[in-house]
Design a protein around this ligand. Structure first.
Ligand SMILES: [Zn+2]
Length: 157
């Protein structure tokens, strides 16, 4: 995915560049309902070895900020262009009434996607964002381990 073409597709849908790092560029879109969509574009190459191609993206991960709910992963510019509006519509639908994004166990926090890295054999899943402490009731001091199956963790285009 060429950076220029990918940027053009994102900007046509209202995304603006939010931040950049040695790993990639992050674009944001305000849904106007209190939620942001982030489009995270990973640079081609190996950032851990300090070798990235800054003129090419490996993929674009479109998700509610901050890594909440389904991760919509586009691997080509065509796939991004064809599916971006539908992805935004889905994310808006899920966040307008955000119950579907809430952890079914604590009903407080949202669920985030967990995806295996290369070599890991487990499937992607959505789990409670609760690497935080539950602050009240009998679960005081317990980290929530809720998992949601209401939405797909990852959809690839
Ligand atoms: Zn939870």
């Amino acid at each position: 995915m060429q950076v220029e073409g990918t940027q053009g597709i994102l900007q046509a849908s209202g995304f603006v560049l939010d931040s950049s790092s040695g790993f990639g560029d992050s674009y944001k879109l305000d849904l106007g309902n209190g939620w942001l969509v982030s489009a995270y574009c990973s640079f081609e190459g190996n950032p851990f070895a300090g070798k990235v191609e800054r003129n090419a993206y490996k993929d674009v991960d479109v998700q509610l900020h901050d890594m909440i709910g389904t991760s919509h992963l586009c691997n080509t510019e065509d796939a991004l262009e064809e599916n971006l509006q539908e992805i935004i519509n889905t994310l808006r639908y899920n966040s307008d009434d955000d119950k579907i994004l809430q952890c079914p166990k604590c009903n407080i926090r949202y669920v985030c996607s967990n995806t295996p890295t290369i070599g890991q054999k487990w499937d992607s899943y959505l789990s409670c964002s609760g690497m935080q402490i539950v602050a009240r009731g009998q679960d005081n001091g317990v980290i929530c381990d809720g998992v949601s199956e209401k939405l797909a963790a990852v959809v690839t285009y």
